[in-house]
Design a protein around this ligand. Structure first.
Ligand code: HEM
Length: 426
């Protein structure tokens, strides 16, 4: 069967899509899939499309990959604050205005200020299981770290964290492309609940600002353009907040778990990184490249175009295959192999590129670095826990790739534990 006839969402392909990706890049780098959209698979082609907002739009509202929303879904959404395009699905000049506001919230200085609290959150999570000698790393560490960081930044009460986590999960679940209509409705209900909760928090910050990201957003004013000096409306605020929540949680969780599994599969590289923590930032880049949490995102052709020599009609949906482009041998020699010291690992497209380049990249990189410094610093002899029936479990999704379970054993590092404990009591 030709690669152009294959379905991207079959469970076999989703479990490990990389052989399929290689065939796509080699045999039909840009082609229309049986699902109706085009795939763009090579590094340079993806880059050229995402940088070109003149000819390619991020506004998917009229181009439903999985069919238009049902009346029932619309009725549920009507109970909330609706949808408005601000970031991911907006195009310039609207996107430019919202993006300027969000960029301010994630300035490198601001991210650097978060370092200490990220480290404390990471250490607290490890404290809960370090004496046990075993851990399920996804639920007991990789989920909690980004979730707590963003919840704190948005000023969400720690007591509300379980609800926060559920909303985050339900917001990304539809991206899998695999939900039943009932599941889609449940996710929509959850989204409405989150909107009401966050609207209430916004009103609190309106009345009494605090030193948090949420207060910044509530009181931010557009810098230029038609709306210069105006504040964001509630629907716009909620759209931005939802994207900060959704875009930053699952992705960072997946980056941490994937990086750990790669190290476990390459013990000599684990030993090198464990001995020299200055190698960690590049390890994070290489993990992002090889196991990109966001495997693909769409664009729509605004006009008739040609990509990689293939003619594409205006209105067509094009899937930017970030995870596939990151394994393009033309860009990364021996691209399928893991090399924590790869010289150009940081050029990976895991955070996208162009105007929609991830505004949370600096925060995510910082979380990744601190996660590995903490895990590798506080324990050694990490290994997959073979006493568990299925120690490595993968989530099947077309858009997001990552683990849902990673059972590990380890030996606590007594000096690191002691140092930590003495700090706690200082
Ligand atoms: C490893 C972690 C992360 C990965 C792999 C990731 C990946 C991405 C990618 C690929 C895009 C580009 C979308 C496009 O091309 O249309 C993006 C956009 C975005 N990301 Fe991230 N992200 C991560 C972490 C974060 C964090 C921590 C935050 C915030 C707290 C965040 C917030 C956003 C937002 C708001 C956008 C939309 C930007 C826009 O459209 O202008 N992300 N992310």
């Amino acid at each position: 069967m030709s690669v152009t006839d294959e379905i991207l969402v079959s469970p076999e392909v989703l479990e490990c899509p990389y052989d399929f990706y290689r065939r796509v890049r080699d045999e039909a780098p840009v082609h229309r899939t049986p699902m109706g959209f085009f795939v763009v698979s090579r590094y340079e082609d993806v880059l050229s499309v995402v940088r070109d907002t003149e000819r390619f739009s991020s506004d998917m509202r009229n181009s439903f990959v999985s069919g238009p929303p049902s009346d029932e879904l619309r009725a549920i959404e009507a109970e909330g604050y609706g949808r408005v395009s601000t970031l991911l699905t907006a195009d310039p000049p609207v996107h430019t205005q919202f993006r300027a506001l969000v960029n301010k919230a994630f300035l490198p200085k601001r991210v650097a200020q978060l370092e200490d609290s990220i480290r404390t959150i990471a250490d607290d999570l490890v404290d809960a299981w370090i004496d046990r000698g075993r851990v399920e790393l996804v639920t007991e560490f990789a989920v909690g770290l980004p979730l707590t960081v963003i919840a704190d930044a948005l000023g969400v009460d720690r007591a509300d964290m379980p609800r926060f986590k559920q909303w985050s999960d339900d917001s990304v679940a539809p991206l899998s492309g695999l939900l039943t209509p009932e599941q889609q409705l449940a996710c929509a209900r959850s989204r409405v609940e989150m909107q009401h909760y966050m609207a209430e928090r916004c009103r609190e910050r309106e009345a009494a600002p605090r030193d948090d990201l949420l207060s910044d957003l509530v009181h931010a004013r557009f810098d230029g353009g038609e709306r210069a000096g105006e504040r964001l409306e509630m629907t716009e605020l909620l759209s931005v907040i939802e994207q900060l929540l959704v875009a930053g949680n699952e992705t960072t969780t997946k980056m941490i778990a994937a990086g750990m599994l790669l190290l476990l599969e390459h013990p000599e590289q684990m030993a090198a990184v464990q001995a020299d923590h200055s190698l960690i930032p590049n390890l994070v880049e290489e993990a992002l490249r090889l196991e990109s949490p966001v495997q693909m995102l769409p664009r729509v052709a605004k006009v008739d175009v040609e990509v990689g020599g293939v003619a594409i009609e205006a209105g067509s949906v094009l899937m930017m295959m970030y995870g596939c482009a990151n394994r393009d041998d033309a860009k990364y020699p021996d691209a399928a192999s893991f090399d924590h010291a790869r010289a150009n690992a940081r050029t990976n497209l895991a955070f996208g590129q162009g105007p929609h380049f991830c505004p949370g990249a600096a925060l995510a990189r910082s979380e990744g670095r601190i996660a590995f410094e903490t895990l590798l610093g506080r324990a050694a002899d990490w290994a997959i826990d073979d006493s568990v029936e299925q120690p490595v479990r993968r989530e099947l999704s077309m858009t997001l790739r990552g683990l849902s379970g990673l059972h590990l054993t380890f030996v606590p590092n007594p000096s690191a534990t002691a140092a930590n404990a003495s700090e706690d009591h200082a």
